[in-house]
Design a protein around this ligand. Sequence first.
Ligand code: UT7
Length: 334
Amino acid sequence: MAYESKILGVGSFVPAKAYTNFDLEKMLDTSDEWIQQRTGIIKRHWVEGNVSNTDLAVEACKEAMEKAKVSHDDIDMIIFATLSPDHDFPGNACFLQEKLNIPAGIAALDIRQQCTGFVYGLSIADQFIKSGQYKNILLVGSEVHSKGLDRTPEGRNVSVLFGDGAGAAVIGRSDGESKVFGSLLHADGRFAKELWVAAPGTGNEEGERISTNMLDKKLHYPYMNGRQVFTHAVKRMAESLSTLMASHKMSIDDVDLFLFHQANIRINDKVAEILEIDSSKVFNTIADYGNTTAATIPIGMNDALKAGKLERGMVVGIAAFGAGFTWGSNIIVY
Ligand code: UT7
């Protein structure tokens, strides 16, 4: 028997401590004016002390499960999207399972699609629900970027952009109008080193996973070719979403709300311009959280629900782009 999948409930969480652009002016050689003009970011939240990625995920998942009216006993798969896990291995899905007291024996999967993590995860969850193999899938995107950023003037081009946060959704069987219409997933590995963290890693020329030399060269911090990423993000997000809409014989007018990845307000404005989307239909959160990578889409979805901009029955177009390069899109009826 074939099933359709739908989002049963959404949750999100960001750590309490917010850092404004003015706070960053004191740490990095930057300015509120530069950050706002170039990115649209006003503040981001960063964890304190020993708070981990899965600590944030737990809070987002509890809200999502409560809203979905499912208990930890009902979850039969976890899909965890992150680039900043608690530990190198095992994956965050296993640590989250233990923290949420989800019974032994379920499937736990970590995926590494960075900013496209939630889009990939939603498509994977959709397939497992459609096949009938799983009934309630906990999909979470969570990041603790702050512990992996070069928060000195040397790292300013990347460090001002990223925030910590988590977003989660319970994906289950649809019994009516709400459903995942479809998804498109893409990658182009030729650009893998345009946005990456080289170390620790077994692919390093030195033959070591990590060394003091690598630390001295700051290879454990992200490198990004910002302009290259920007150009590709605009082109690929617009392309994926328009192809997906066309394959479902949909036009921009058929879509009620657009949730784009939150990397730069200028990227989203350009995507909207190319697709001729009225800006009132695009829900952005970057001003408040910065780029929370795998968490941007579910955080945006939850904020849109809270703001009354998203309701059951609305058609939502989702698109994201990130390291890999990876990119993709989903269309859902919420
Ligand atoms: O989530 C997916 C991955 N990320 C993205 O999608 C991000 C895509 N890229 C971008 O959003 C933009 O490229 C950035 C916001 C990262 C940078 O904006 P830009 O307009 O491309 O600036 P730029 O990197 O070309 O730098 C312009 C200037 C440089 O100075 P000079 O060489 O013109 O004198 C930089 O040194 O801005 C300087 N700069 C800064 N100044 C103040 C770079 N970072 C900062 C900073 N504060 N934080």
